[in-house]
Design a protein around this ligand. Sequence first.
Ligand code: HEC
Length: 108
Amino acid sequence: MKKSATIAAVLIFAGICATSVLATTKTERSGEELFKEHCSTCHPDGSNIINPGKTLRKEHRDAHNITTKADIVEKMRHPGKGMTSWSAATLPDEEAETIADYIIKTFK
Ligand code: HEC
């Protein structure tokens, strides 16, 4: 009886560990990784190969009223001409926000 209780406790503990490891790997994709995967084809180093007047640098973002994380996420949801669009189903809010954070911190 005692032994099986110990085994159960060990199994529960292992389960908790496995769950937290999975949860971390899921959320731990960095903004840089996500940016490279989704955005850098058209925005290498924060530039814009299709519309050079709309780079991701602060100067251009400010000029187009894209000043907050939410503004950048909004752009991914409803982009202008020539840019791919991502719904919450193809790019969850959490990942979109991670990318937006990365852009604000990286392209000054
Ligand atoms: C297929 C090419 C392409 C891809 C991929 C792409 N973009 Fe764009 N992006 C554009 C074009 C073209 C524009 C200019 C049109 C517009 O304003 O939407 C633009 C504009 C923007 C702007 C506005 C910049 C400004 O100065 O007004 C932001 C912010 C932006 N993109 C973010 C992203 C993010 C974040 C990703 C990845 C999730 C991404 N883009 C992926 C082509 C692309």
